[in-house]
Design a protein around this ligand. Structure first.
Ligand code: SAH
Ligand code: SF4
Ligand code: F3S
Length: 500
């Protein structure tokens, strides 16, 4: 693997390449900022080169070059994919959802093993397509590519792949694609780490009216089961001035709903002297003209402050939804997971939140089958689900991830027991979700219309502030607008409604 972790060196090279023509030195207070700016300029130039390569490719195939980016995993990856599509569109590729495209990019996730297996399974199909169209290009990126054993496996068993890169050098996407088009060998460029944040790559958003906004990257929490800190690196916050400027630009471009993204948004700003807190950032974001709704994800319970609860409770625009992963209802398991709170601490938070915002929807993540977990522990999780009365929960079976501390622990439960416990937890989650939707039936809310209903074109699908979906009569012209609706009928996890 080409392990290029010497970023400063790279930036230095880029800076010298641009030093006289393109960079206004007077704007910068330090060489670091200058190097980042030079990198942005370099990538703009590489995008021009990529446009030439794409045209050339199109001349050879007899049709304009097409590209398809497939996203696995979380909101972080979804946002990264928008940046890649932005680069591809800027370089003249026609963007499609069809994997028969000339260039297919898989933006991968490795949080659980089934995410990896899905990618390997689908690579088989891409290979079959490439056999009948050998000019097809296949690129892999994202979290899975930060694992050395994955790279080894692809090199040995999936040698038809053309480009592999990781999570730390995404901003070099134009340059990496150029290298891929100019090489007949697999290009592998994965960096072990990064402490830089490069701003200003082009972006094409999936929805014109809503957008994710990265406020920080990486994670420092090292929950013992989780691979994210290893594949996404140390926690780094963007400067609030940059974030708010991006939101202003998005608002000017017609975006009214934003989602602030980070693995633990509550520790936003740690490590930047004098930076504002996350609640202040939320408040500044909601004040921006044109922004109607602000969401955020994810909150770690150990860092959720009273200040955040106050800011949420007094806001008209911050969504009435909080995703607050608890992971387990057993203190012993939480300790072994290194989550740094107890069930009692969590329940205090829930109480405060509900007191401040009775209409707040609360969702969570749960893991069943953590190595030290016993049946009794898992039953505590099942009980906790009912006690909190979650609106919904993602329930996962523990998946050992190479390199994490938990992967070295002995398993307490047998797989059959884990499945039984999982089913028990899931049953309670479903019961709570049904209760929650039942309680909300007949109420009113404001829905942001996102799309035409998949099954019935006479209906549109809107998202309420509390994140529930509601389907109601409407047409394409409503997409991107806010409509007041009554929830007339519940379908377990979503609603039918009518405009009022
Ligand atoms: N940063 C977020 C979660 C990111 S990963 C947070 O801490 O809340 C999303 C979810 O995947 C986690 O909340 C956890 O429930 C689950 N997860 C992570 N690693 C896992 C593993 N090894 N096995 C099963 N589930 C896992
Ligand atoms: Fe993983 Fe824990 Fe970080 Fe979330 S907070 S990304 S679960 S290590
Ligand atoms: Fe998956 Fe990476 Fe997100 S591992 S969950 S895509 S941060």
């Amino acid at each position: 693997m080409e392990n290029n972790s010497n970023i400063k060196q790279n930036k230095g090279d880029a800076a010298s390449a641009f030093s006289f023509r393109d960079v206004d030195y007077s704007k910068y207070t330090c060489t670091e900022e200058l190097a980042v700016e030079a990198e942005v300029l370099l990538q703009k130039q590489e995008t021009d080169r990529l446009r030439e390569l794409a045209l050339d490719y199109g001349r050879q195939t007899g049709h304009p070059a097409t590209a398809c980016v497939v996203t696995f995993g979380c909101q972080m990856n979804a946002r990264d994919s928008e940046k890649m599509i932005g680069v591809l569109a800027a370089a003249g590729f026609e963007i499609t959802d069809d994997e028969s495209a000339d260039l297919v990019v898989y933006n991968t996730c490795t949080v659980r093993d089934n995410a990896n297996q899905r990618v390997f399974g689908r690579l088989g199909h891409l290979n079959a397509m490439k056999k009948s169209f050998p000019m097809k290009k296949i690129a892999l990126c994202g979290c899975m590519m930060q694992e050395p054993e994955v790279i080894d496996k692809i090199r040995s068993s999936y040698s038809f792949v053309d480009l592999i890169f990781g999570t730390h050098n995404l901003y070099k996407f134009p340059e990496l694609l150029c290298r891929m088009f100019e090489s007949d060998k697999m290009v592998v460029d994965v960096w072990a780490k990064s402490d830089e944040i490069v701003e200003e790559l082009p972006v094409v958003r999936k929805y014109p009216f809503k957008s994710g906004v990265n406020i920080m990257f990486g994670c420092d929490n090292f929950c013992t089961y989780c691979i994210v800190p290893y594949v996404r690196g140390r926690e780094r916050s963007r400067r609030s001035t940059e974030i708010l400027e991006e939101i202003r630009r998005l608002a000017a471009d017609g975006v009214s709903e934003i989602m602030l993204l980070g693995q633990n948004v509550n520790s936003y700003g740690n490590g930047i002297d004098g930076e504002i807190s996350f609640p202040k950032l939320l408040h500044e974001a909601e004040k921006i003209d044109g922004i109607e709704r602000v969401r955020f994800m994810t909150s770690h319970p150990k860092d959720l402050s009273d200040e955040l609860i106050d800011v949420m409770a007094t806001s008209e625009k911050i969504a009435r939804h909080l995703h607050l992963p608890i992971q387990s209802g057993s203190d012993a398991v939480l300790k072994a997971m290194n989550r740094k709170y107890t069930v009692a601490d969590y329940m205090v938070l829930i109480e405060k939140l509900r007191r401040a915002m009775p209409d707040l929807a609360i969702t969570t993540d749960l893991i069943v089958g953590f190595p030290t977990e016993t049946r009794e522990d898992a039953m505590q999780t099942a009980k906790l689900v009912k006690e909190v009365g979650y609106d919904n929960a993602f329930t996962f079976i523990y998946s050992p991830r190479t390199g994490t501390p938990a992967a070295k622990m002995d398993m307490t439960m047998k797989p059959e027991e884990i499945t039984e416990c999982f089913n028990e937890v899931l049953k309670n989650v479903q019961e709570c979700a049904r209760n929650a939707t039942k309680m909300l039936t007949g109420t009113e809310g404001i829905a942001l219309v996102e799309e035409i209903n998949d099954h019935d074109p006479k209906l549109v699908t809107g998202r309420l502030s509390n994140n529930y979906l509601v389907h109601f009569p409407g047409d394409r012209s409503m997409i991107g607008t806010y409509r007041k609706v009554r929830l007339t009928e519940n379908k377990g996890f979503y609603f039918y409604g009518e405009i009022i």
